[in-house]
Every structure is written in structure tokens, then in C-alpha cells.
Design a protein around this ligand. Structure first.
Ligand code: ZN
Length: 414
């Protein structure tokens, strides 16, 4: 059995879970296939989003074993320029705000290839990365970012503390949503920081997911979808105060939340402002989330109608971005060959493989210019500006992009 269904809320243990949307049984979104795997059966797991009325946490009902999901992970952070710039700015800001220097320690959980910690290393601030994917941890170490290949939880935090580690800053970017043992993870983070240390987590904001119909950010790696309400209650259970919140544009809209043992007035005022806004808009109640299912259906009808029309008109369509969200979109909407012929992606480790479920071949982005399909369906719409700039030549040659989210939009050639 590769997946297990929860019978209670992942954060508070509440027994009532209200269904928001059922996206069907989908293949694992990052499980790209080698050619010899195409004939083998692919695991499919139900993808159902639910709401906990007790603590307002939005979550999916199935937990796929992390060993299956994360041991060989294809997402190398450093492949996106926008992400690199975002990380550099974040590191610089933290270094100044927390006055970090040679005697400080910055720990990052799920540190990937060291894309964020490298900026601290360059500035002479000691770091420790904790990264479960062995192949990626190895890359980080080769680049001079000290990294241990482990999953993170209370037990690991205690072991690190015994080894003498104490974090002035503990970072977790786009990891909290992935954690099956949410309580153990936050307890571990609280354990590993110094008395006046902070934890800082970034994750996609569930308010943006709902408002912008970003349903394709739902896949099995993402177990939870947080509001400020949900995170405040989660922190409180582990002795942390929500002491700052910032909204960020990255990944279709994210939150950066800070937790500490004591609140700091300026940051806390920002947190309270967002909590107030959430109450006004109803993010602490089920009705706000319930509209998602109908809007996903509308998007599906619109996008498949466009692709079928293009097919009938003899137009050729490729896709850009062999991403996990692309996998959700293609599989939930039932879009594959012949509506879309192939996918291009900048990541060299993805090229030569095939997309989960839909089995579209993955090529390098240069293929768009060489092959000149009439349209490219943009599956990584969260990096739309960057990709449209990079693909100027294809667009000058007459190529059009289809942006599927939050509404279907065609970007005309240059
Ligand atoms: Zn709950």
C-alpha cells in the first residue's frame, strides 16, 4: 500500500472533515517515467481536498509514503532564475534583520540543492541543510552547503541539539505543506531554535489558491494548504507565537510566517491585520472554500473546448513545464495526446523522460523554436513572466502561449 487515508485532521485531530473538491485518482505528480517504465502500471491515488472546521486547516485525505515521494526528487530549485533572486533577497534581509554573523547558525529544512543557504555561506554565516532526497543533498554538499540527508521531525531535532546545533533562524520554504507528521515537524523546529531564535516558513497561501482557482497546486506532495488562522493555531500547540506574516507573490501567492517564543509588536500587528482580513472574508469557514469545485469544472470545460477547437483547426499544441502542477492539470482535465504533443522543460534531469499518467515526452525548451508548434500550453504559469521573456524567439516566430490559470488566456505572438 503506497497511500493511507487520514481519519482525523492532520493538525488538531478533529474528526469532522468537510469535502471541498474531489480531483479523482491521479498518478504521483513528480513521478516522471523513463521510457522502459511506460508499459508498467502507474500507481494512482485519490486526490480529495477537505476542510477542518475545528482549526480551519485545508488538507488532502491521502498520505503517500514519503519514501516513495521524496527519495529521488526531480525538482532542483536552482533551475529557476526568479526563485534564485527571491532567495538571495530573502537571505540578505534575514541577515540584516537578525544580525547574523560567523557565530550564528541558520538551519534550513528541505534545503534542496542549497539554493537559499548558499547566500548565507557566501556571507560567512554557518549553515546546516536538512534535505531528505539523497541525490539532492549530495549536490548541495558538493557546492559547499553543509547538508545532512534526512527527514526532519522532533527526533531529528533532538539528535541535532545533542550534537550542539542551536538555530538562530530555522527556515522551511515550501516544506510545511509536505509534512505528514505536522505536529512533530513544528515541535522539532521549536526544539532546535535558541531561546530568542525564530522559525520562518513559506508556503502557498490557501487564500490565493481559492481566489485564483490554483487547483493544480493540489497534488499528493502537498498535504496541507494554510491560512494565517490555521498556522496560528498550529504554532500555539507547540509553544510558538505567530509573530509576523508577509504575503509574497511567488508560486501564485505565498505567505511567509514567523514563529517565536515571544511576539514582537510590529510583526504581530501585521499578523493580526491578516487574521482580521481572513475573518472578514471567511477563510475560517467552509463556505469560502466550497466554491472551488464548480470553478475547476468551468476551467476544465473552457480549456478542453479551446484545445479541441485548435485540434479541429489543424493547429499543433505543445506544453511548457513538466511540473507537478502541470501533472495535476493534465490528469484532472484528461488532457494528453493528441490534444498536446509533448512538453518542454529547462531541467536537464526531466528531459528524455515522460509525464505521469499522460506519458507525454519531455524535451529541452529549444524544441519550441525548432519545431514551432502553433501554441504552447503554459503549465508553469507561476513563472509566466520569466518564461514569456525567455521564449521571445518562439513568440517572434508566431508561437502563442495558452495560460490556463486563473482563467484561460491566449498570449499573442511578439
Ligand atoms: Zn483541524
Amino acid at each position: 500500500m503506497i497511500a493511507r487515508r487520514i481519519d482525523a485532521c492532520r493538525a488538531c485531530g478533529g474528526a469532522q472533515l468537510d469535502a471541498i473538491v474531489d480531483l479523482g485518482a491521479t498518478p504521483l505528480a513528480n513521478r516522471l517515467l523513463a521510457r522502459e517504465e511506460l508499459a508498467e502500471p502507474e500507481p494512482r491515488v485519490p486526490l480529495v481536498l477537505v476542510f477542518c472546521p475545528a482549526c480551519s486547516l485545508v488538507q488532502i485525505t491521502e498520505t503517500v509514503a514519503p519514501e516513495i515521494l521524496f527519495r529521488e526528487y526531480f525538482y532542483f530549485s536552482s533551475f529557476s532564475n526568479e526563485l534564485l533572486e527571491h532567495s538571495r533577497a530573502h537571505a540578505e534581509e534575514l541577515r540584516a534583520r537578525r544580525r547574523l554573523g560567523p557565530s550564528s547558525l541558520v538551519v534550513e529544512v528541505a534545503s534542496n540543492d542549497g539554493y537559499l543557504l548558499r547566500w548565507f555561506v557566501e556571507a560567512g554565516v554557518p549553515v546546516l541543510g536538512v534535505e531528505p532526497a539523497r541525490n539532492i543533498a549530495e549536490v548541495a554538499n558538493q557546492r559547499g552547503v553543509r547538508t545532512v540527508a534526512e527527514f526532519f521531525g522532533l527526533e531529528q531535532a533532538r539528535a541535532l541539539k545533542l550534537e550542539g546545533y542551536a538555530a538562530d533562524v530555522l527556515l522551511g520554504n515550501n516544506v510545511l505543506a509536505h509534512v505528514a507528521d505536522l505536529g512533530g515537524f513544528v515541535a522539532g523546529a521549536a526544539e532546535l531554535i535558541t531561546d530568542d531564535g525564530i522559525v520562518e516558513f513559506e508556503f502557498p497561501y490557501v487564500g490565493d489558491l481559492i481566489d485564483r482557482v490554483e487547483f493544480d497546486t493540489i497534488y499528493h506532495e502537498h498535504l496541507c494548504y494554510f491560512s494565517a488562522h490555521a498556522i496560528e493555531r498550529l504554532f500555539a500547540r507547540h509553544g510558538l507565537v505567530l509573530t509576523d506574516v508577509r504575503r509574497l507573490p511567488i508560486h501564485g501567492g505565498s505567505l511567509r510566517v514567523t514563529g517565536a517564543r515571544r511576539a514582537e509588536p510590529e510583526g504581530r500587528a501585521r499578523a493580526e491585520a491578516l487574521l482580521d482580513e481572513e475573518r472578514r472574508r471567511g477563510l475560517d469557514r467552509f463556505a469560502y472554500y466550497a466554491s472551488l469545485a464548480g470553478r475547476v469544472d468551468g476551467l476544465k470545460r473552457e480549456l478542453t473546448a479551446l484545445l479541441e477547437q485548435l485540434r479541429n483547426d489543424g493547429r499543433r499544441v505543445a506544453a511548457y513545464g513538466a511540473s507537478a502542477k502541470g501533472s495535476t492539470l493534465l490528469n484532472c482535465f484528461g488532457i494528453g495526446a493528441p490534444l498536446v504533443e509533448y512538453v518542454v522543460d529547462r531541467s536537464t534531469v526531466k528531459q528524455g523522460r515522460f509525464t505521469p499518467g499522460t506519458h507525454l515526452p519531455i524535451f529541452a525548451p529549444e524544441r519550441l523554436v525548432e519545431d514551432r508548434p502553433d501554441y504552447a500550453l503554459l503549465l508553469t504559469w507561476n513563472f509566466a513572466d520569466e518564461i514569456l521573456r525567455q521564449q521571445a524567439e518562439y513568440r517572434r516566430l508566431g508561437g502563442r502561449f495558452i495560460v490556463p490559470v486563473p482563467e484561460v488566456r491566449v498570449v499573442e505572438p511578439l
